[in-house]
Design a protein around this ligand. Sequence first.
Ligand code: AP5
Ligand code: MG
Length: 188
Amino acid sequence: MISIILTGAPGSGKGTQSEFIVKKYGFEHLSTGDLLRKEIAAGTELGQMVDALIAKGNLVPDDIILDIIANYIDALPADTKGIIFDGFPRTVNQAIELEKLLAKKGLGAKVIELVVAEEELISRLLKRGQTSGRADDNLESIQHRLEVFHAQTKPVCDYYASLGKHRAVQGVGTMEAIFADICRAIED
Ligand code: AP5
Ligand code: MG
């Protein structure tokens, strides 16, 4: 089983490119953001706990996220071809814990970072905010999400680079051209 971590700033195209990967390779897609938004929409206890954090662009505590991930990995069918982690890990602590969970199953992860300039990210997210209904797609939350990315998630890229597992892919251009670069990184 292959594990791909698709990382990058808010709006870098993680969700968009994950869908292409699912279609081509038949991998499972785990977006922690999508999963948390479903909990909020369903009004669960977890959803109520994380609602305000997500709307402002703050991270959800590691222990909540790591519980979700451990349960998800345990429940994967034995014939799973691969997993794409979209938006996880977001802190170095999450990355270290994921490495432990994967090592227990004899697995390792490849990390692909989508790199996009900040102006383009803001413009994409403001545009999406006109129709997405996402509580965090407003200028104030977008700016905070970018700060959180630089402070807490960029170090995750450095961590994987130090392990020799990190590949940067330019996330600007047509979705198809970006996907071709991602495929090269996956198959390399
Ligand atoms: P999450 O849902 O992961 O959001 P995010 O990281 O802010 O990223 P987005 O989903 O907004 O963007 P994306 O990179 O998926 O880009 P997309 O493909 O949509 O997390 C949300 C929140 O949940 C976090 O802030 C946190 O509170 C919490 N959370 C989640 N995971 C967590 C974790 N592990 N730990 C703690 N907290 C966690 O594309 C964006 C837009 O651009 C779209 O409109 C798309 O159509 C467009 N687009 C895509 N590609 C291109 C292109 N090549 N050219 C032009 N436009 C493009
Ligand atoms: Mg997304």
